[in-house]
Design a protein around this ligand. Structure first.
Ligand code: SF4
Ligand code: SF4
Ligand code: SF4
Length: 350
């Protein structure tokens, strides 16, 4: 258990699926040899198989007795192996009808479900689910590492892999129920999201949050009453962890998607049951999602009646100083070397 816990809240009602966050992380942290297939931040379409394929069904986490649940290792094909397009053929020879990869037939990759998606009459629904390491309170990856190379920072709960100690046994990849650890075959090491701790220590918010045009990510210490994540998770209780039944206590939280009644007859009539099957939302976020949705709908009704909703105002998150509160967990004060321009821009409070 750490003294404090950095956490992130993502409002799924605002995600555009634009993958700007994915690219922000990729350019900042995983633009090196052996990391080609890695997306420490990925955004997947739900319902869908996700990245890696079927990650939520293959195992990991803890069982009811607190024992690690077995899991196979995903294959490189499950992640969707990186490829180069055959531009040479398409642009200069013209023998192929489309821009095919130059080394194989393509049959799976991140967001494949979305690219292949088909309209299924009135039953259609989808939403985007951005995912990073959850910096769990009880990390299965830490428990599984026989080298004790993975540790949870005492001061702020960020989970890191000591690259010197790691020997690439990959027990951590099997143990993580979110499959958010990746193997670098070039280095022979396991690697994962570092919650941008070098940025936080300069007073800058995580790259994936900073670049998000949907302004849907909120960052701060969970136990800091001033932080937006404290308010959304603990005070207002409108954000939930993913797959809480896996027993790791995730610290990335989601405001679930509003769930209006289902349309039928291609939008010509409205039915009683919700657009997204409640059972599916309960599978992802646990049974509490029903209460959270009720709370959010109550806030929406208030706002529509012209009353003030503090929760919806916070979720709008127009300004950076509303969405982020970055402090040194040891002192609960802004980091000493916080660049002055960030303070001036209102991103950090002194
Ligand atoms: Fe470990 Fe997985 Fe939890 Fe991240 S999400 S702390 S990798 S168990
Ligand atoms: Fe990548 Fe940083 Fe976001 Fe983690 S917190 S996914 S390291 S950008
Ligand atoms: Fe969603 Fe923001 Fe990522 Fe775009 S950058 S996919 S809006 S989380």
């Amino acid at each position: 258990m750490s003294a404090h816990q950095y956490a992130m809240v993502m409002d799924l009602n605002k995600c555009l699926g634009c993958q700007t966050c994915t690219m922000a992380c990729k350019k900042q942290w995983t633009d090196h040899d052996g990391m080609e297939y890695m997306y420490w931040n990925n955004v997947e379409t739900r319902p869908g198989k996700g990245y890696p394929r079927n990650w939520d069904a293959i195992g990991g986490g803890f069982d009811r007795n607190g024992h690690l649940r077995p899991s196979p290792l995903p294959t490189i094909e499950d992640y969707g192996k990186a490829w180069e397009y055959d531009y040479e053929d398409r642009l200069f020879k013209g023998t192929k009808q489309s821009v095919q990869p130059n080394d194989r037939k393509l049959d799976w990759g991140p967001n494949w479900d979305e690219d292949q998606g088909q309209l299924n009459g009135a039953d259609n629904f989808y939403f985007y689910l951005p995912r990073i390491c959850n910096h769990c309170t009880h990390p299965a990856c830490v428990e599984a590492c026989t080298r004790k190379a993975i540790y949870k920072r005492e001061e702020d709960g960020i989970v890191l892999i000591d690259q010197e100690r790691c020997r690439g046994y990959r027990h951590c990849i099997q143990a993580c129920p979110y499959k958010k650890i990746y193997f670098n075959e070039v280095l022979g090491k396991s690697q994962k999201c570092i919650f941008c701790y070098p940025r936080l220590e300069k007073g800058k918010v995580n790259a994936c949050a900073a670049q998000c045009p949907g302004r849907l990510r909120f960052v701060g210490l969970l136990d800091d009453p001033e932080s937006p994540v404290h308010k959304l998770v603990l005070k207002y209780k409108v954000a939930l962890g993913l797959l809480p039944d896996r027993g790791t206590g995730p610290n990335v939280y989601y405001v679930p998607p509003f769930n209006p009644p289902r349309g039928a007859n291609y939008g010509k009539s409205i039915l009683d049951d919700p657009r997204i099957p409640l059972g599916y939302l309960k599978y992802l976020f646990g049974p509490e999602v029903e209460n959270v949705l009720r709370r959010l709908e109550g806030e929406l009704a208030k706002a529509q009646a012209g009353q003030q909703s503090d929760i919806l105002q916070l979720l709008i998150g127009r300004d950076a100083d509303v969405r982020y509160r970055i402090v040194d967990a040891k002192t609960m004060e802004p980091f000493e070397n916080t660049p002055t321009h960030l303070v001036q821009l209102g991103m950090i409070r002194r």
